[in-house]
Design a binder for this molecule. Structure first.
Ligand SMILES: O=C1C[C@@](O)(C(=O)O)C[C@@H](O)[C@@H]1O
Length: 174
C-alpha cells in the first residue's frame, strides 16, 4: 500500500499546529530565512491542505503571547492526539511552553523554518551559543525546510500516530 495514501478508514487524528511569537508577522520577516511565503494565513492554508490530503484534522493556533499559547495547550490537551509547534520567539527560553507540552503526554514535533543549529552557530560566538529549549523533550524535529517542514512534521506525526509500535514506549524517543 502506498505509504502516504492512508486507507479511507484510517483514524482521523486531530493534530494541533502552534506558531509562537513573531510567526504572525510572517511575510515581513527575513526572506533569506523564511523565503517568499507571504503570510501566516498562507502557511496555515498550506497546512490545512496537507492535513486534508492525509485525512487528519488540524487545530491551528498562533500568538505573540506565551500565556495564550499555554492556555491553548491546556485547553486542547485532551482533545488532540499530538502537537506540531514552531516555538519561534520562545525557542531558547520557552520553558513554560515546553513544560506544558510535556505535561500533555502527547507526541510533539518541533518545527522551524531555519536550520536553527546552523543559524545559532552563525549568529552567536561559540561561548554564547544557544540551543532550543524544546528539543530534549520533543518526540521529533523538522528544520531547515522553511514551510515544507510543517508538511514533513504533519506527515511524520500522522504516520507515527498510525504506528502503535512507535509510540508504545512513550512519546520521548531514545
Ligand atoms: O522566530 C523564529 C523562527 C524559527 O523558529 C524558525 O521557524 O526558523 C527560528 C527561531 O530562532 C526564531 O526565533
Amino acid at each position: 500500500m502506498p505509504v502516504l495514501r492512508r486507507p479511507a478508514d484510517a483514524p482521523r487524528w486531530t493534530i494541533a499546529v502552534v506558531d509562537g511569537p513573531n510567526m504572525p508577522n510572517l511575510g515581513h520577516r527575513s526572506e533569506a530565512i523564511y523565503g517568499p511565503i507571504r503570510s501566516l494565513a498562507d502557511l496555515q492554508a498550506m497546512v490545512r491542505e496537507v492535513a486534508g490530503e492525509l485525512g487528519v484534522e488540524v487545530v491551528q493556533f498562533a500568538s505573540n503571547h506565551e500565556g495564550e499559547i499555554l492556555e491553548f495547550i491546556h485547553r486542547t490537551a485532551t482533545e488532540v492526539q499530538g502537537y506540531v509547534i514552531n516555538p519561534a520567539g520562545l525557542t531558547t527560553y520557552g520553558e513554560a511552553t515546553r513544560h506544558a507540552l510535556d505535561d500533555t503526554g502527547k507526541p510533539v514535533v518541533e518545527c522551524h523554518f531555519a536550520n536553527i543549529a546552523r543559524h545559532f552557530a552563525e549568529v552567536a560566538p561559540h561561548s554564547q551559543q544557544q540551543t532550543s529549549r524544546f528539543t530534549y523533550t520533543a518526540t521529533g524535529l523538522t528544520m531547515g525546510l522553511r514551510q515544507h517542514g510543517y508538511a514533513a512534521a504533519l506527515v511524520g506525526l500522522t504516520l507515527a500516530l498510525d504506528d502503535e509500535a512507535f509510540l508504545a514506549g512513550g512519546t520521548r524517543r531514545r
